[in-house]
Unconditional design. Structure first.
Lengths: 507, 333
């Protein structure tokens, strides 16, 4: 089924940045009608490769062959003209414009007099969307769509320009399970039509499901070329990490009998209703559910961010009331937010300022900070959690995602919190860092701390939780023991009510 | 200690020295003791007000109100001394209190009313000037109190008094920003307000506090202004707010908030005043002075924005590896 000549061939691509060899003689061959996974840990050179492929930067050396003929991809415009479309991790859609406008952005069909031909924009956009089986009107304002639908609009742009090759960089990072499935259906359809697809993702379970061949990078070099590895998670992981990492999910059972937190009938104006559950000491309680089901809103209700309109939270049997975050923090709660860049990290601080931010009161006397204690504690945490030592001297924007996430968690180790709410703690970090986070969860529960884990990665949620509460429409539909649940159960359980517009309740 | 005198000071310090050297080499009278002492008098008012402007900027706000607030407070002080008959020892603390209260008012509206500080302080800029005109039918009030002038012109051990005010307030501000919980919270709020909320920092209170500090420092500046001219006038302090912001920016404070060093603002203020002094000594018209001030601000921000490129260029020129990180390609264990 695969034709003999590759559509694109990248031969011995080398790219160096000051002090780092980001790509070292990387070869990738892309066949028409094939989904090609490009995998590797953070910092392995994937992003550099994508930038080269999409014309954002030029390689230092190497050859690029298009249908067997050498070409240069001088800039992103040239890439587009050669039929390469790139869907970057950060969307490039304009949320205030309509879907149709976004699809033809920069390439608007014009009538004879040079004005935009709106009929054509909408008709063409409608045709593309119909072809993709996407049920969205071209006149809808893009920002009002769910994240998953916005992602599909992004891909519609590629379809509209008739791209022969599509590069998808972490296309599912923000998507729920059903949206991922929809995306995959679309990709399979495009594959049948002969499009070459380069698929970059950290979510290996879905890579296993969708890709036809993989290329794995490590430290800027290809460690497994296409066809050299079986497409199965454990083989891919060991090739990526370069060693046998042992258990992918090193779960420990540390749950005790006593209840530390009890929620009864919680409700908020942000869509949480009648949420009741209990959390044991040393337990990991997983919150499962689709994107927008209200898991993050439950976390906000517990943490005092959203005001409770009904219900009662009790800690160790005593009723409490959190008016603000500081009340929750003082009572021993911690929240590691979903988006560490948006509301987790202080990029103007080094590790120390980030670690102590939630404990400034305890660190100071008469308002004066004990900087020595701060440096010492940070130094110890950096060593304990195996955070890059650069964090001591540099502001945290220079660190990898995994290191950044560890620093956010370290903040709550320093504040000696007893109950940690971890919202998507492993999103966008590489497999080695993920395992480090899992080990950290074990360490916390071993020390008698309790964890509420929110994750869209079902395998992770199943493996690391003691019990799982399935969240639907802002309420907990049921709570079950994690080992009584399979991946399929969880997908079905969280998706079995109609959820065509899960965004609506929380928009 | 190493944190206060960190690399953020090198740039502004170098800029100040270079400017001083250029002026000293091109202008004979620059290094006269008389001129230097005059210089410290000139810099004092803007540099003291700039402490407040900079702290507001650290918390990602902006204060446009200080110039008009100076005019208003000099008029209130003049009114109290000349017409109401309040003694100086009582009037001065009252002015400081009033500055703090005006700042509190602006801060509360900004933080709790969720109106951008650009707007609240722009409104204050206009309204305070108007308020200042309601006193004494809008005319200046002169010859306030013979005891007022020594506050500005007095000397201690042969050193002009404003020098001591500068040392006192800059040491206090540097201590606050670098060693106290409040200082850390101000940087945190400026760096990432959403994250600050989730770490339990009372963001609105911190923002309000920065405006109280700014109002208080503006009052200090207003007292010096009145003492300097032994008068109050609704026309005092015009564009002072812009000079104070310029001092912060030339000192390297990021207008996005969260980054900067308060001591660098002093150097920024000195740089600006030295340039103005050099132009004055060479009898340059005020039009030229304003144009030069504009260019300095542009250059200071430009150097900040192009820092990565500049250090890369320096690296290539002097064979040093660039300090620019390519964290996305670097493997970090």
């Amino acid at each position: 089924m695969t034709p003999a000549t590759p559509l694109w061939e990248f031969v011995d691509i080398t790219k160096a940045y000051p002090g780092v060899l980001a790509n070292d003689k990387v070869c990738i061959r892309l066949m028409p009608g094939s989904i090609h996974g490009l995998l590797g840990e953070n910092g392995c050179g994937k992003s550099t490769m994508i930038k080269t492929l999409s014309g954002v930067q030029q390689p230092d050396s190497g050859q690029i062959l298009h249908n067997g003929k050498p070409v240069t991809i001088s800039d992103p415009q040239a890439a587009r003209e050669l039929g390469i479309a790139t869907v970057f991790q950060e969307f490039s859609i304009v949320p205030t414009l309509s879907v149709g406008e976004n699809i033809f952005l920069g390439n608007m069909p014009r009538s004879r007099f040079g004005v935009i031909d709106w009929t054509k924009v909408h008709n063409e956009a409608a045709r593309v969307l119909a072809e993709m089986d996407v049920d969205v009107s071209p006149e809808t304002i893009t920002g009002s769509l769910s994240v998953g639908e916005q992602q599909l609009v992004e891909i519609a742009k590629a379809v509209a320009m008739d791209a022969r090759m599509i590069i998808l960089d972490e296309p599912t990072a923000a998507l729920g399970e059903d949206e991922i499935e929809r995306l995959h259906q679309l990709l399979r359809k495009m594959r049948e039509r002969g499009t070459a697809i380069l698929y970059v993702s950290h979510r290996l379970d879905e890579v296993e499901r969708i890709v036809d061949e993989v290329t794995i990078l490590r430290n800027g070099c290809v460690v497994r070329a296409s066809g050299e590895t079986k497409i199965n998670v454990s083989e891919i992981v060991s090739a990526m990490v370069g060693e046998d990492i042992g258990e992918h999910y090193p779960k420990e059972q540390n749950a005790a009998k006593d209840i530390v937190l009890e929620a009864a009938g919680l409700a908020t104006n942000s869509g949480v209703k009648d949420v009741s559950f209990s959390l044991h000491r040393g337990e990991v309680l997983g919150l499962g559910g689709v994107l927008g089901s209200g898991r993050t809103e439950i976390a906000r209700a517990l943490f005092g961010t959203d005001e409770l309109t009904a219900g009662q939270i009790s800690l160790n049997g005593k009723p409490v009331r959190f008016r603000r975050e500081i009340d929750a923090i003082r009572a021993g709660l911690a929240l590691v937010p979903e988006n560490r860049k948006f509301d987790g990290l202080f990029f103007n601080f080094r590790a120390s300022g980030n670690v102590t931010a939630a404990s400034l009161g305890g660190l100071s006397r008469f308002g004066v900070l004990n900087l020595k204690a701060e440096e010492q504690a940070t130094h110890d945490l950096i060593r304990d959690l195996e955070i890059s030592t650069q964090a001591e001297e540099k502001t945290v924007n220079f660190l990898s995602g995994g290191n950044q996430q560890k620093i956010v968690i370290a903040r709550w180790l320093f504040s000696a919190s007893d109950i940690l709410i971890l919202d998507e703690p492993t999103q966008g970090i590489d497999i080695g860092a993920k395992i480090a986070v899992y080990k950290l969860i074990n360490r916390l529960t071993r020390a008698g701390k309790s964890i509420i884990l929110i994750s869209s990665d079902h395998d992770e949620l199943l493996a690391m939780s003691d019990r799982i509460a399935v969240v639907q429409h802002g309420t907990i539909a049921r709570t079950v023991d994690a080992h009584d649940l399979t991946h399929d159960d969880l997908v079905r359980a969280s998706a079995d009510t109609p959820q065509s517009k899960p965004k609506e309740a929380f928009a | 200690m190493k944190r206060i005198f960190d690399t953020q000071l090198i740039g502004p310090f170098a800029a100040m020295v270079i400017v001083a050297l250029i002026v000293a080499l091109t202008t004979e009278r620059f290094l006269n003791p008389g001129n230097l002492s005059n210089l410290s008098l000139q810099v004092s008012i803007v540099a003291l007000i700039a402490i407040g402007s900079t702290i507001v900027i650290f918390a990602a706000g902006i204060d446009l109100s200080s110039g008009s607030m100076v005019a208003l407070l000099t008029m209130i002080l003049a009114q109290m001394l000349k017409f109401v008959g309040i003694p100086l020892v009582l009037a001065l603390p009252l002015i400081l209190l009033m500055g703090g209260l005006l700042g509190l008012f602006i801060g509360l509206i900004t933080a709790y009313g969720r109106i951008p500080s650009f707007i609240t302080t722009l409104a204050a800029l206009i309204a305070f000037r108007g308020l200042a005109l309601t006193f004494n039918n809008g005319s200046p009030i002169f010859s306030l109190d013979p005891a007022l002038e020594p506050i500005f012109y007095g000397k201690l051990f042969g050193v002009p008094m404003p020098f001591f005010y500068l040392v006192f307030f800059y040491v206090l501000a540097a201590f606050t920003m670098n060693f106290t919980k409040l200082g850390r919270e101000i940087y945190a709020v400026g760096g990432n307000p959403a994250a600050a909320v989730l770490t339990g920092i009372n963001v609105r209170k911190v923002q309000t506090t920065t405006f109280v500090i700014a109002g208080f420092m503006t009052a200090v500046g207003a007292i010096l202004m009145s003492a300097r001219l032994n008068s109050g006038s609704p026309n005092y302090g015009q564009t002072l707010e812009l000079q104070a912001i310029a001092a912060a920016v030339v000192g390297g404070a990021s207008l996005a908030g969260g980054r900067g060093n308060i001591l660098a603002t002093l150097m920024g203020a000195m740089t600006i005043v030295i340039v103005q002094n050099g132009l004055n000594l060479n009898a340059a018209p005020s039009s030229v002075q304003n144009i030069v001030l504009g260019l300095i601000i542009l250059l200071a921000v430009g150097i900040d924005m192009w820092r990565a490129e500049i250090s890369g260029l320096m690296g290539r020129m002097f064979g040093r590896p660039s300090s620019q990180q390519s964290s996305n390609v670097k493997k970090e264990a």
